[in-house]
Write a protein that binds this ligand. Sequence first.
Ligand code: NAG
Ligand code: NAG
Ligand code: NAG
Length: 476
Amino acid sequence: MLFLSVLTTIAAVGGVNAASSFASTSDGRYQLSAAQAPVLNAANPGIDNWKFTIKEKTGKKQTVKGFGAAVTDSTVLAFNKLSATARSQLLNDLMTPSGINFSLMRHTVASSDLSADPAYTFDDGNGSVDTNLVNFNLGDRGNALASMLATMRKLQPNLTILGTPWSPPGWMKQNSKLIGGGTGSNKLNHAYENAYAQYFVKYLQTFEKAGAHIDAITIQNEPLNNKDDMPTMLVQQDESGALIRDKVGPALRAAGLSTQVWAWDHNQDVYSYPQTVMNMASQYVQAAAWHCYAGNNPSNWTPLTQFHNEFPGKEQYMTECWTAVGTTDWIHSSSFNMFPLQNWANGVIAWTLGSYTGGGPALSGGGNCHQCTGLVTVSPDGSSYKKEIDYYMMGQFSKYIPKGAVVVDGTGSYLFDDNTGMEAVGTLNPDGTRTVVIQNRYNKDIWVQVGTESESQTWNARVPALSVTSWVLPKA
Ligand SMILES: *[C@@H]1O[C@H](CO)[C@@H](O)[C@H](O)[C@H]1NC(C)=O
Ligand SMILES: *[C@@H]1O[C@H](CO)[C@@H](O)[C@H](O)[C@H]1NC(C)=O
Ligand SMILES: *[C@@H]1O[C@H](CO)[C@@H](O)[C@H](O)[C@H]1NC(C)=O
């Protein structure tokens, strides 16, 4: 009996020898829950069938750097409302393999639209010019943010963190205003471009001292987004290339910082911007960063493949796509992982990690994202938190595709005009196991068969209706 129960335990735990399946469904019936495990050559019980293949031997593509979400002032405010015990449980779920094991995060460098009023930067200098940055300080909100990132880094030692400002201090701009863009003068005052470069150096050094090492920056969130009720700044593509090549890049290196610079950080539909920045400043720029707002269908993400073909030595990241319970649909967050991965992205970052229930706090002003809800929402009194559907859908990727996995080519993904169909992406993981993440957009279970290059038969199992399902196949 003892012998038998030991065997049962091993089978249940799985590991590199057994295949397993975990699913999250649109209705929350499955939340990273065990589903029917694929078995080689298992017979279809008589339901509709779909076939994929993965090429884990001959189709190796990009290396995965991770999955995660943006830590904003709202995230920090909401999470810090929780009791220390609840917060620690939550961060453990987010940042370790016992939960969804995030390993790629983005953070706002001072305020974004997802900050409580008033907006601020790390050197507001009371509105006056401060070229030597003598008034530089993180302030309470910057310190709280650095401290949360430091905690995340302790939980996930291999964390990669990207930092992004929504605007430099107002005094560095032609309009002298942090908020109040919307005009042609919401641009950098080039008299202060050295101060601008040093602002990045000081921010990186100060976060480093706080235990929050930052791996990469983009110099401006959504550089073509010029809005009048939140911090923004217009930066044209040649200007961005020159600032990185002549000022920011050299300033980082002179300060002994190996921080990467990623280009663009805006939508998929302006290919020429990251192309120009890469052509002008490739010695400092290691990746292009893309947001989802030009659309989240397979065709919207093909510019990433185009970019890969032109710059095969560079990386790419999906660095922002919003989630909003009640507005974005169940397949949205899974799609902004699936399609970028199919098009050479090395990692994916959702917007945003945490908010109050129903969204916010956000800066006042109609154009700000009051309805953006985090992957996790916290009741404003801090008494409870909820993992929203987007937490589970991100987890279908982040929990089963470890950093260092290699995305592989495959066939079989197809969506019909009515948005039904099936999509998949496969990876070869560092321990030799293989992960296949499958979207089933049909309101019925589908019998899925995955052909591999390592086995002569297909792996077969039932994939739940309206689900994202992750198969982990053993080392071949
Ligand atoms: C800004 O002004 C306030 C009030 O006048 C003063 O207390 C504070 O020290 C000033 N801060 C800076 C950075 O100059
Ligand atoms: C960090 O990543 C390296 C490979 O990049 C791996 O060897 C190591 O085990 C990872 N460490 C942790 C704690 O995950
Ligand atoms: C968790 O993430 C770390 C860092 O990305 C990775 O090294 C590790 O393999 C992951 N753990 C599991 C169980 O996937």
